[in-house]
Design a protein around this ligand. Structure first.
Ligand code: ATP
Ligand code: LTN
Length: 338
């Protein structure tokens, strides 16, 4: 069986092309992918089938999908050692979702907090795709016999379901899937909106100032930090009871690579304006080379990377899917090969 062979451990993760990548996505997820790709065989997907669980403009979706692929590369994912691909290019994702649907309980999906949040007011009219979203995510992960899934805090519950489905399938049909572990960073797993420190920074943030996008201009970055909400009090310290300042300090800490005590010492006796200015400087410096690299990736080069990624991903996905079909008795034309 493919997953029993000795091989490098694998990671899988993805971003939805529902909007521009932001600092939360980078600090919670992508930053760790860049580190981990040297220790793991890595699969980084642009999950466009997840994006269509809510209504999308088709042209915009196609353009965003390519933009996200460019940003993966520009932030440091190396296509020579990591597989970058588009989810809908590998039809095994949709196919395995169906098999997993058949072992998933309605009650399990009803307990998913992301579904409850997104469907809140229009439960009757919410799409079935939105309800089934976590099963598609489980299929993404399990197809590649993934060991580790680097994600932000908001994905923890989805990862638990993925593990439950893998364990259930293995119990009912025999050892088929690796049971993956989540990788959630200690700092940065939940970057908050700059305009409301009770909400996570999100692509679908209603407030245009809450979210720093990786393609924002220097001027926009400065404006957004300037308008960022702060807490009462004046001290610049990490403090859970002051979430807005703690959020700004966490961003600063992660972008500079400094220790929290050094960050606090650096800002001792300073005011909020100083913190916001320096944070804007650090962010602009971080974004500049990323934006330059995005500009320098040609369409042809991107096509080649995504084509290559599709082939590499499909080869592994197909092996897992064949195994699943055989175990479930869905043999059809596979019979002769069994
Ligand atoms: P949407 O707002 O449309 O739901 P999103 O901004 O949450 O999208 P996703 O594509 O769902 O972005 O997430 C991609 C990755 O970024 C996931 O691993 C997710 O956990 C992580 N992530 C998203 N938002 C944050 C955040 N505010 N802080 C840290 N990590 C985050
Ligand atoms: N649901 C994730 C995106 C996602 C994902 C995955 C992450 C889809 N499939 C597989 C890790 C592994 C989100 O970020 N909202």
């Amino acid at each position: 069986m493919e997953h029993n062979e000795s091989r490098m451990r694998r990671i899988f993760s993805g971003v939805k092309p529902t909007g521009p990548i932001h600092l939360g996505n980078y600090l919670g997820a992508l930053r760790n992918w860049v580190e981990l790709q040297h220790q793991y065989e890595s699969f980084f997907c642009i999950v466009d089938l997840h994006a269509i669980t809510v209504s999308q403009d088709s042209q915009e979706l196609a353009a965003r999908t390519r933009e996200i692929a460019r940003l993966y590369i520009a932030t440091g994912i190396d296509p020579k050692i990591s597989t970058i691909f588009v989810q809908s290019d590998v039809s095994e994702h949709a196919e395995l979702t169906w098999m997993l649907n058949c072992i998933t309980r309605v009650g399990e999906l009803e307990r998913m907090t992301q579904f409850k949040d997104k469907a809140r007011r229009q439960r009757e009219s919410a799409g079935v795709g939105l309800f089934d979203y976590p099963v598609l995510m489980a299929a993404d992960i399990l197809l590649y016999q993934t060991d580790l899934v680097p994600v932000g805090e908001d994905q923890k519950q989805h990862l638990e379901l993925t593990r439950d489905l893998a364990i259930r399938f293995n119990r009912d049909y025999g050892e088929t899937f690796r049971v993956p572990d989540p990788f959630i960073p200690k700092v940065g797993a939940r970057i908050m909106s700059l305009s409301d420190s009770t909400k996570k920074m999100s692509k679908s943030d209603e407030s245009p100032n809450g979210c720093i996008e990786l393609l924002d201009t220097a001027e926009t970055v400065r404006r957004k930090f300037k308008r960022a909400v702060t807490d009462s009090g004046t001290e610049i310290k990490f403090d859970e009871s002051r979430p807005a300042i703690t959020n700004l300090l966490s961003i600063y800490q992660l972008l500079t690579g400094k220790q929290p005590e050094d960050v606090e010492a650096h800002f001792a006796g300073q005011g909020y304006a100083q913190l916001k200015n320096e944070l804007a400087d650090v962010t602009v410096e971080f974004l500049r080379p990323v934006q330059e690299r995005v500009e320098n990736i040609s369409d042809q080069e991107l096509d080649r990377i995504l084509d290559d990624g599709r082939r590499r991903a499909q080869e592994i996905a197909r092996q897992t899917l064949d195994d699943v079909k055989r175990r479930m008795g869905l043999q059809g034309a596979l019979r002769a090969r069994a």
